[in-house]
Design a protein around this ligand. Structure first.
Ligand code: AMP
Length: 120
């Protein structure tokens, strides 16, 4: 039994969120604790806890997450300068909410992709 998170309540509009997009497959809303001038979460309406749990049946909604991200980025004025899409998986990546979500961040020069330093 997969446990629901606060994101399911946002998707069903049972609790408030700053919604920017919703269709039959995905919902997008502004992150409550933004890490950049634009920080939006794009979430499949179906609860999938982590990227480890995706299956071939989820491909349509996973693809929709990216097309919606691109549409929102255009609307938010990010398309020309660019932006970053981030999907965190479990504790090494810092995933806090176990309902897959794509972070769309932009509006500023974002700097290095990762905050730790790695030397091979
Ligand atoms: P992650 O660390 O990838 O699991 O990211 C979870 C994100 O969800 C964080 O950036 C939080 O700020 C964001 N978040 C948590 N609760 C809410 C909420 N109620 N509305 C919007 N964003 C939220």
């Amino acid at each position: 039994m997969v446990e629901e998170t606060i994101f399911s309540k946002i998707i069903r509009r049972e609790i408030p969120a700053d919604l920017v997009y919703q269709d039959a497959l995905v919902t997008a809303f502004r992150d409550i604790s933004p890490q950049a001038p634009t920080h939006i979460l794009i979430v499949p309406n179906l609860l999938i806890p982590t990227v480890n749990d995706v299956t071939i049946e989820h491909e349509a909604m996973l693809g929709r997450m990216i097309t919606v991200a691109a549409k929102i980025a255009e609307k938010e004025g990010l398309a020309e300068d660019g932006y970053r899409l981030i999907l965190n998986c479990k504790h090494h990546a810092g995933q806090e909410i176990y309902h897959i979500h794509m972070h769309l961040v932009g509006g500023v020069l974002l700097g290095p992709m990762l905050s730790y330093s790695f030397k091979k």
